[in-house]
Design a protein around this ligand. Structure first.
Ligand code: NDP
Length: 265
């Protein structure tokens, strides 16, 4: 069998850890494949690019996850439901689409115990898939966003939503920064007065940003809360994608043992 080729499509894509994560696992598990990155400028060329590069599978990142949804011939039921695809595999000339961001996130938060109510700070693309899977799993999700616009679709789906101006704090077991606030600077995802109300009552706090201690996580730690950044979420979505790429040939834990080395290199 010829060596299989995989890639990540995104724009930008140079910062992505996915090539390192997947190549470490391919190498460690002696699976004859290679994973590269590809700067895809125009999402409408996704299918043609996939075919021209003779790829076996891809991960898709910002801003092409909806284009990936549209490019697939078959969708798994969860990807179909949320309209967002981040993993595609080719089988007999057809493209099959999945979303591994949401189950990866679910696994990352399941390590916090006795969580029922969750407050999302932010309502962008990452919140979209993750809010649906949490709701499906029986969590109560509330969204707090800086501006009204992005909350509209969540209202339609019967989530509780607030802006900073309309917020009526309740008790939340888990508070998660789903915004990009703190990624490039030290800003907080919501006014400090709001955070100082919800964090002390929470059992734990999480940030989807990874690789740095954000101002939000620092604040949570100052309230002595257990915290985690977005590394596990990133790792777990990668492991689930790898399971699709290799058609479940390996256990989650065996993939993890190699893939997690990407976070210490
Ligand atoms: P989007 O651009 O889709 O949404 C951004 C969200 O952040 C919006 O709700 C926006 O609010 C809010 N926001 C941005 N800046 C601020 C600010 N200064 N103060 C308050 N709110 C702000 O982003 P994504 O959902 O794609 O990404 C969000 C984060 O998730 C990023 O930091 C990204 O790195 C991270 N991420 C992590 C992953 C992982 O595996 N760990 C995977 C994917 C993403 P408004 O509507 O008012 O503009």
């Amino acid at each position: 069998m010829a060596k299989e080729l995989f890639a990540i499509f995104g724009n930008p894509v140079s910062h992505s850890k996915s090539p390192l994560m997947h190549n470490l696992a391919f190498q460690g598990l002696s699976y004859d494949a290679c994973y590269t990155r590809y700067l895809l400028e125009n999402g409408s060329t996704l299918k043609e690019t996939f075919s021209n590069l003779k790829l076996k599978g891809v991960n898709v990142t910002v801003p092409h996850k909806e284009a990936a949804f549209n490019a697939c011939d078959f969708l798994d039921p969860f990807a179909q439901k949320i309209g967002v695809v981040n993993t595609i595999i080719e089988k007999e000339g057809k493209l099959y689409g999945y979303n591994t961001d949401a189950p990866g996130f679910l696994k990352a938060i399941s390590e916090f115990k006795e969580i029922k109510t969750v407050l999302f700070l932010g309502a962008g693309g990452t919140a979209q898939a993750t809010s649906v899977i949490l709701k499906d799993e029986g969590y109560e999700v509330t969204l707090l966003n800086r501006s009204e616009e992005r909350l509209k679709k969540y209202k339609v789906d019967n989530f509780k939503t607030y802006t900073f101006e309309t917020f009526e704090p309740q008790t939340y077991d888990l508070v998660i920064n789903m915004t990009s606030a703190g990624l490039e600077d030290d800003s907080l995802p919501a006014p400090k007065e709001i955070l100082d109300t919800v964090i002390p009552q929470a059992k734990a706090c999480m940030d989807v940003i990874y690789g740095k201690e954000t101002a939000f996580l620092k604040l949570a730690k100052s309230h002595n809360k257990p915290t985690k950044d977005g590394s596990d979420m990133l790792l777990y979505q990668g492991i689930i994608a790898f399971e699709y790429f290799t058609q479940s040939s390996y256990t989650f834990e065996s993939i993890k043992s190699y893939m997690q080395k990407a976070f210490i290199l």
